[in-house]
Structures are given as C-alpha cells and as structure tokens.
Design a protein around this ligand. Structure first.
Ligand code: K7E
Ligand code: CUA
Length: 618
C-alpha cells in the first residue's frame, strides 16, 4: 500500500534534511567531504532508498545471530527495523520461551548459548524459506521453522565437538548442517589430559548433522577426526564443487599458551577440504571407531576424505563463489585474499601434488591451487557475492568493505565502515544466485554513532547500496550483541502462518471449550486444563494441595491474528505465552502455601486487565 507518491516523499525527506542542516547538525550518513548541496541530494537519495512508508513492507528479511545473547533477531531491509526476536538458546520471557515444559526440555541444563552463523535451508543452492539453522558454541545446532518462526529442535551437545564455531553452514540441498571444533580437546569429552600434551593427545572433529528433507529433523550423520588445530569457519561447495565442505583452521602449529604469538610461527595455516559425500558413504558402511558414543572416521585410514589447502596465516572466513569455482580465504592479518581455483585443486589432488601431510592428511601445494592474491586491503575476514561476478570482502583492520571482480581480480571500490567490520551479508549472498542490491556490514564497534546508552554499547550495522559500480552507504542501524553473521532472504520466499489452525492442534491436553476446563487429580498429580480467550482465563480459580505435582495445560482458543494471551503466575516463576491456537504445558511442584494470582501478560482487549484468577494452595 502506497500512501504517498514518490515525489511527495522526496520533498518531505529533502525538507527534513534541510531542517537538520539549519539546526546545525550534519546528517550522520552524509559522505565526508561532500560539497554543499551535493550532500543534501545524496542524503535525500539514500533516504528514499531505505524509506519504507508506514504500512508498507520491507523487501527482505535479515536474520542476524544474537551471539552470546543466544537469540536470533529478525530485521526488515532496507528499513533496518527490528521486527522480532526468535529465542533459541536462551530463555526469553517475552514469549515465555524456556518456561514451558517443551522449551525447557529443549534447552536442557544450558540456559546460555553463543550463536554465530545462521544458515537458511537451501534447495539446489538457493534459499527455500523453510528452515533456519543456527550454531551454538556449546556443541549444538538449532532449527527454527520459518512457518511459525519458532525453534523446533536443538541437537547436541554433540559428542567430541568443543567450541562449535565452524557451523551451521548447510550443503546446497540441506543434506547436512556442519559443525567444527574451535577448541581441540582430548576426546571423548570428560578425559583429562594436561595441556602440555596438546599436540599429541588433543583432537578436533568435523561433524555432519543430517537433516531430514521432509521434516527438517536433525541427527548425527558422520564425524571425522582432525589434527588439533582450531577450526574456525566453514562453507559448503556448490555446483562444480558440490560434495565438498571447507573449514578454515588456525594454530596449525599445535601450540599452546599465548596463541597470538605461539600460533603465528608458520607462514600458512590451512583450509580443510572435506569430501562429505565420501563421509556419508563411509558412515553408511559403519566405518570408524566408537568415541564418546559415536563413530568417528579417521581420514588417515580413508585417503581422499580430507585435504589441506594452505592459506594465509590465521585465516578466518572461507567463502565459495556462487558458481562454486572459487574458494576465497585470507590470512586475517594480510593485505590480500586468496582465490583458490577448484579445478586446480582437483587437478592437484589427481596428480598428488602434495608438499607433505598433517597426521596423514595430504597438504596440497599452495602455488598449484591458487589463482590469485587479490590486494583487497588489511585484515580481510569474510567475502560475499553479487550476481555479476563481484565479490565483497570485509576488512577488519582497514574498517572497510572492498569490492572486487572474480576472474580479473581487480579491486574496483572501497567503502569505509563505522567501525571494525566483522562479517558482511549480501542479499541472498550465500546462494548460487545472489540478488545484489543490498549489502550489510556487521560492525563490531559503534563508537557513539547513536544516542548514548552508557558503557554497554550496541553493535552497529550499516546498509550499503550495491546496485551501482560505486558502493553507497545509506543507513546505520543498531543490533544486539553480537551479530557475527546474518543472512538476507527475499521476503516473498517465506510463507509464515499467523495463527495455529485448530485442526492442527493435536495436543493431548488441549481443550477448546470452557466447560472442559478445570482440575483433574490422580494421587498427588494434578492437571489443570486452562482455556484462554478474550477476556477470561477459565477456570478463574482452582485449588490444589501443598506438595502436589501440578501441570498447567493452557490453550489459547483464539483463531484471530495477534490475539496472544499469557499466563503469569506470581511467586512461582511461571510465565507462559500462548499464540492463537496453541497449547503449552508447564509442570511444577506446589511448594508454597497461599493464594497466588495469575493473569494474562499480553495486552489483548479492552478488558485485558480483567483476565485474571487465583491459585489456592492449601
Ligand atoms: Cu567472523 Cu564467529 Cu563468523 Cu564473529 S565470526 S566476525
Ligand atoms: Cu489475554 Cu490479555
């Protein structure tokens, strides 16, 4: 719905900008050193590009990881508006996540997670809008269903994985979501060996988490034993390189102590190339040794499974180009990024063009597999792609994004980032057909480019228009810590429901009629079936006995969009939110005697405040 013509918007925006300038304030995104007058039109142009009029919808979703907040944040692009938070690894009272029986069970003992890399599910290398995977450093991967934007499964902690950073990247058909150890440890977990024996007794692993193509259900597919390096990031091959997955590694010195010194001895570390189709076949044959309750495959005994590609010292990201022909990796203190040619890698493998091995894994010859060292600038971390053969590399040290061309290796443009960019994310940027248009820099520092909020500052993200040859910074917005990575998907690919249909609710304790609500007792086990609908919680009171084991089963029988109800039960630390058509349970022991009010937490109607009741514990 358009409520104004573009001309009117431009006039309004220009007016605001002029007023801003008159007030003696410079618009923050005005290009530095721009001539008077020119700045106004640039800013107005930028504002036009990101302006989403009231009632209009954004064109893209940005799914940003919440780092050690353990959550996922959903933004709209180009507006940069925060639309919602999807709780994943951490309880989130706003949606009652981590309070009801099912989500509490899913979280287990861990009420904290460190999420880095979201991965949208793919079909033929393109985002299909079905699921969103996200890793946690505590050896886990979660799956969010994009039909209802809810976390449906958390797998792990997976045996032997320690510090699951190189995750949750998916293969082009979402056959697997992968994991890799950032911290090698003695395996199985629980074995204590002094750190002095790191080089011999500690191990890393890479793991393929199998994804059921129909349901998305995750299970352990295969695990491969790796030398004790620190595995950092990953990316799956696509098209010509489909069947392979790549992981960067640092500390290939197998050093301990102050790694900033001890792990910087060698000129090159490695990108591990893993043949996941072979791993799948080996796992199907039952290959491997039981460690920590799962089969672990040794690549030294299975030639062809893993190769090491030497890369600049201490690499961070590894990214495969949309056509699958190039694998991009950089030493993060270098001024260049290396483009490895997948065809050359295959030739080198065929010709056994090796310079040695690491624990039985062949090391390919750098000169034989690289196509170019692209002088992108200092501190290259991550690379994203456009539809036209352009690549965009984030430069942490230079605090900028470099745009360069695959094949000609020419650096064509740079745009400064404020400040210290980590990952960057392009529209549909990890697919076989990136959209171009938008690029988001996910910066580590915001340095006061926002109203002050004290010492605990947000992170800054910046939207860059990449439709033209020159990149243009058009918007600053702020994100929760720590938005390591994000993915951008075309909004129309996601088909979400906004109400759980009554006919799909098969919960055994669901009740849809207020006359079925109430208390049933079986010894000291008490079940309270509760119906919530505007504007009553039925029953409006109930009695139980001290020491009872109580299950509240709450059904929201609304079938109307946005009619959420909650149930906050004071003094018992109970906070449930039920969406329209949803049933949730919460089980607890009635440890305290007295009268405890409960009430609806979500403002639902004019008589929302009347939506309350009493639990009497005798
Ligand atoms: Cu570069 Cu964890 Cu992907 Cu942070 S990681 S930037
Ligand atoms: Cu239901 Cu407020």
């Amino acid at each position: 719905m358009k409520i104004e013509g573009k001309g009117t918007i431009l006039a309004t925006v220009a007016g605001i900008v002029v007023l801003g300038l008159l007030a003696g304030r410079c618009a923050p995104s005005a290009p530095k050193g721009a001539k008077k007058g020119a700045a106004v039109s640039d800013v107005a142009q930028a504002a036009m590009k990101v302006y989403v009029a009231p009632g209009d919808l954004d064109e893209y979703y940005l799914f940003a990881s919440g780092g050690h907040s353990g959550q996922m944040y959903v933004y709209g692009l180009p507006s940069g508006r925060h639309i919602s938070t999807i709780p994943v690894f951490t309880p989130y009272p706003a949606t009652g996540y981590g309070f009801d029986d099912d989500s509490k069970k899913m979280l287990g003992e861990l009420t904290w997670g460190d999420a880095h890399h979201p991965a949208l599910s793919e079909t033929n290398g393109d985002y299909d809008g079905r699921w969103l995977f996200i890793n946690d450093m505590n050896g886990r991967i979660a799956r969010i269903d994009l039909r209802d934007f809810k976390t449906k499964q958390i797998i792990g902690p997976v045996p032997n994985v320690s510090g699951n950073h190189g995750s949750s990247f998916v293969t082009p058909g979402t056959e697997y979501s992968v994991m890799a150890s950032r911290f090698s440890i003695p395996i199985p977990k629980g074995t204590a060996v002094e750190v002095a024996k790191y080089a011999t007794d500690y191990k890393g692993v890479v793991t393929g988490i199998k994804v059921d193509p129909k349901t998305g259900e995750m299970s352990i597919g295969w695990q491969i034993l790796m030398p004790p390096f620190d595995y950092d990031l990953g990316d799956a091959g696509k098209l010509v390189s489909n069947g392979w997955v790549f992981f960067t590694s640092y500390n290939t010195e197998k050093a301990i102590g102050k790694l900033e010194i001890t792990s910087a001895q060698k000129d090159r570390d490695y990108i591990a190339a893993v043949d996941w189709k072979m791993a799948e076949q080996l796992a199907a044959k039952g290959e491997g040794q039981m460690i920590g309750g799962i089969k672990v495959i040794d690549p030294a005994k299975n030639p062809g499974l893993v190769y090491f590609m030497p890369c600049g010292k201490s690499p961070h990201g590894v990214d495969v180009s949309p056509d699958g022909k190039y694998v991009i990796g950089s030493g993060k203190l270098q001024g260049v990024t290396t483009a490895f040619n997948w065809e050359k890698v295959q030739t080198a493998i065929r010709n056994k063009d090796f310079t040695g091995d690491e624990d039985g894994i062949p090391v390919l010859k750098y000169e034989s597999i690289k196509d170019a060292e692209v002088p992108v600038g200092l501190g290259p971390l991550h690379t994203q792609f456009g539809p036209d053969g352009y690549a965009y590399t984030s430069l942490f040290v230079d605090s900028a994004i470099a745009k360069w061309k695959l094949g000609t290796w020419e650096v064509v443009d740079k745009v400064p980032m404020s400040y210290s960019i980590g990952h960057l994310s392009a529209a549909e940027g990890d697919t076989v057909s990136p959209d171009g248009k938008w690029l988001v820099g996910l910066n580590k520092l915001s340095h006061g480019r926002h109203l002050t909020v004290g010492p605990s500052q947000p992170e800054s993200s910046q939207l860059v228009d990449i439709t033209e040859e020159k990149m243009k910074l058009v918007l600053d917005f702020f994100t929760e810590p720590e938005p390591h990575y994000a993915q951008i998907i075309k909004a129309d690919k996601i088909k979400a429901i906004e109400v759980y249909p009554k006919e799909e609710n098969h919960h055994p304790l669901a009740v849809w009629d207020v006359k079925d609500a109430g208390v049933t007792r079986n010894g000291n086990k008490v079940t309270v079936k509760i119906v919530e609908v505007r504007s009553t919680i039925t029953p409006t009171d109930f009695e139980i006995k001290e020491g009872d084991e109580v299950t509240l089963a709450i059904t929201n029988i609304e079938q109307t969009t946005d009619e959420l109800h909650g149930l906050g039960l004071l003094d018992y630390n109970i906070n449930i939110v039920v969406d329209p058509g949803e049933t949730k349970t919460v089980t607890f022991k009635a440890k305290k005697k007295g009268v405890f009010p409960y009430y609806c937490t979500n403002f639902c109607s004019a008589l929302h405040q009347e939506m309350q009741g009493y639990m009497v514990v005798r």
